[in-house]
Design a protein around this ligand. Structure first.
Ligand code: ARG
Length: 297
């Protein structure tokens, strides 16, 4: 059930089992957030430049945006020596098994050694919430970075799976077999868009926001086949303001980095309400809103 091109598609979105919209949000305190190494191009030139006070203020405002929307926000404590741990979309892929109702997470095999120790803290958190935890077993060498690359189609048991930089294609066999879900594979090869969540934001069951320049023709055709509307963010807002790292938790409000004015206009024309937040300190590390949270049930 891995799909690489439109010709492979043998299902309709409407036929797929339902995935309930998660109403809980996990965030990680930024006390130890910083740029201390370079593992993506956005981090270059930003070593040691994080303003801790501004980072805390920006994180608090993202957090209150979620709680003001009525979502239940939980926090994990950031740990000394793990400056990227605040990006809590990357260490796990939460799932809800459509055959059994079991809640679980796949645990990531982080691409960079600097981030490997982050995963255990999230395994602990999710076990405490009654989740099962599963290792990626394709092969110990296979990399996987959770919801940085693997993104659920809103409301449906269908996974969009990015690979190329941080995640190896092979892991999607295991995920698809274990959960009995189709996975649409998307190859990434522009280093600025090293995670799928940097160039794709799924807004609702019918609508996606993408930066088209980050995808191959097969990938673009898959979006157009499986989403009724595909909004295209401009290059400058995508590359430097992470426009496509916006997050729409409720099919209606889109939380997005401040200053993406043309993307905002596209979103509003499509009927969404935008909520602008400042994540400038996090952009220095190559992340914005979508990376700073993990949704779960
Ligand atoms: N500095 C982090 C890294 O390169 C940023 C991760 C951002 N997360 C995301 N989901 N795109 O791993």
């Amino acid at each position: 059930m891995l799909y690489r091109s439109v010709q492979d598609i043998d299902f309709e979105i409407s036929e797929l089992p339902r995935l309930p919209t998660p109403s809980r949000v996990l965030m990680t305190t930024p006390d130890h957030f910083d740029v201390q190494y370079v593992i993506n191009p956005h981090m270059a030139g930003n070593l040691g430049t994080v303003d801790a006070k501004a980072a805390m203020r920006q994180w608090e405002s993202v957090k209150s945006t979620y709680s003001d929307m009525g979502l239940d926000v939980q926090t994990v404590s950031g740990q000394a020596g793990l400056p990227d741990m605040v990006f809590c979309a990357n260490q796990t892929l939460p799932y809800l098994d459509h055959r059994t109702g079991v809640r679980g997470v796949f645990l990531s095999n982080m691409y960079a050694d600097e981030r490997s120790a982050e995963v255990d803290f999230y395994a602990q958190f999710f076990r405490g919430e009654g989740y099962e935890t599963r290792a990626i077993r394709a092969n110990i060498e296979r990399k996987f970075e959770g919801m940085g690359d693997a993104i659920w189609h809103p409301g449906k048991q269908l996974l969009w799976g990015g690979f190329g930089f941080r995640t190896d294609e092979e892991v999607y066999h295991q995920i698809s077999d274990t959960l009995d879900v189709p996975v649409v594979l998307l190859y990434l090869d522009d280093p600025d868009f090293y995670h799928l969540d940097t160039c794709l934001s799924v807004l609702d069951e019918r609508t996606a926001l993408i930066f088209p320049g980050a995808f191959e023709p097969d990938g673009l055709a898959l979006f157009r086949r499986l989403f009724a509307r595909v909004l295209e963010a401009p290059e400058d807002e995508s590359r430097s303001l992470f426009a496509c790292n916006a997050h729409c938790p409720d099919s209606r409000h889109v939380i997005i980095q401040k200053g993406c004015s043309r993307t905002n206009a596209l979103l509003r024309d499509a009927g969404f309400e935008t909520i602008e937040v400042e994540t400038d300190e996090y952009l220095k590390a190559g992340g914005s809103v979508f990376c700073m949270k993990q949704m779960f049930w």
